[in-house]
Write a protein that binds this ligand. Structure first.
Ligand SMILES: NC(=O)c1ccc[n+]([C@@H]2O[C@H](COP(=O)([O-])OP(=O)(O)OC[C@H]3O[C@@H](n4cnc5c(N)ncnc54)[C@H](OP(=O)(O)O)[C@@H]3O)[C@@H](O)[C@H]2O)c1
Length: 311
């Protein structure tokens, strides 16, 4: 197949492209970078319209949309919040325009979203049938998904509501490792909030499955079947690293440090992948301890209190 990935240079896109190429597919990566970093890079200007780059979408079998600025990269000022929204809406609209303009539209658009769609929930189980929340992240996800759904007149649309994708090389786990490195890791806030995690390999497999499974349309939680609380997560991470997980970080401290973004850490969702499981997708990693054991087996070691990521 010919598969176009937009925003495929990042933490999730890179391993996805590697896996798709290993499957024998031809992959093109839409990037804003004007100097190609990889042979499959194509420069695009995601301004809400379809430019010359859109030719690559015509005749492609699948498009995967991962573009957007990093949610946790900076404090959420009013202008940062606007950038987080716009950096998702414009690329999505550009891809939808490219699909609409194509003489041979792709068979599927797999478009990123997040479990933030649901807003904060206590310990109630959250499935794809749970309605949207009403905080900043939920509103971003709603608009982002609605923009992608516009392509459903010409192609199948699958929305990937990703939880915390885990790999020590980046994303949330790389940030969570920092306090453990200094021996001060522990739960955040009350520790009772749920953390819907997914091993990054399972995320890659789920997207490959969404591309090939012709009945898969609409929203899919990309989260492991067994979410854990933040306290359980800290304990499991401490255990995997052989480091204590004793020191709680109080919610007010996180709020002082991170502002509104701290809500993302001190609240959560007990999200489960109900639809993928119902439709027969099998996760390799359902238990967090097994996922962490795999992730840290050869990829990381702690030497003189420094974490070294080997791959
Ligand atoms: N990682 C997770 O745990 C997680 C969880 C939930 C949801 N998600 C969502 O899944 C998607 C991929 O995640 P990721 O972790 O791979 O993100 P990432 O590492 O930040 O990569 C996202 C890519 O988007 C492109 N991009 C950045 N700013 C952009 C802008 N203003 N306009 C257009 N493109 C832009 C960049 O590609 P170029 O610089 O090459 O253009 C970048 O490589 C994101 O939308 C993210 O919100 C991720």
């Amino acid at each position: 197949m010919k598969i176009v990935v937009a925003g495929g240079s990042g933490f999730l896109g890179e391993p996805l492209r590697v896996a798709l190429r290993a499957d024998g597919h031809t992959v093109a990566n839409l990037t804003r970078n004007t100097t190609p970093r990889a042979p499959d890079d194509i420069t695009w200007t995601p301004d809400g319209t379809a430019g010359a780059w859109a030719e690559v979408v015509d005749g492609a079998d699948a498009v995967v949309n991962l573009a957007g600025e990093g949610i946790a990269d900076q404090r959420w000022s009013a202008s940062r919040k606007q950038s987080l929204l716009v950096s998702r809406l414009l690329p999505t609209r550009s891809l939808v325009a490219a699909c609409a303009r194509a003489t041979r539209p792709p068979r599927v658009l797999v478009s990123a979203s997040g479990v933030g769609f649901y807003g904060p929930h206590g310990d109630e189980i959250v499935t794809e049938a749970t309605p949207a929340g009403d905080d900043f992240l939920a509103n971003v996800c709603v608009e982002w998904e609605q923009a992608a759904e516009q392509a459903s007149t010409v192609t199948r649309v699958a929305l990937v509501r990703t939880g915390l994708a885990l790999h020590p090389g980046g994303g949330a786990l790389a940030q969570l490792l920092v306090p453990f490195r200094f021996g001060v890791g522990g739960p955040q806030g009350s520790g009772n909030q749920f953390m819907p995690w997914i091993h990054r390999d399972d995320w890659v497999d789920l997207v490959r499955w969404l591309i090939s499974e012709s009945a898969a349309r609409g929203a899919f939680n990309a989260t492991a079947p067994e979410p854990v609380t933040n306290r359980e997560f800290a304990r499991a991470l401490g255990h995997a690293l052989g480091r204590p997980a004793l020191l709680p970080v109080p919610a007010f401290g996180l709020r002082m440090l991170l502002g509104e973004m701290s809500e993302m850490l001190v609240t959560g969702q007990r999200a489960v992948p109900a639809r993928a499981l119902e439709m027969g997708f099998r996760f390799k990693f359902t238990r967090l301890d097994e996922a962490l054991a795999d992730l840290f087996s050869s990829k990381i070691k702690i030497k003189n209190s420094k974490i070294q990521t080997l791959s």
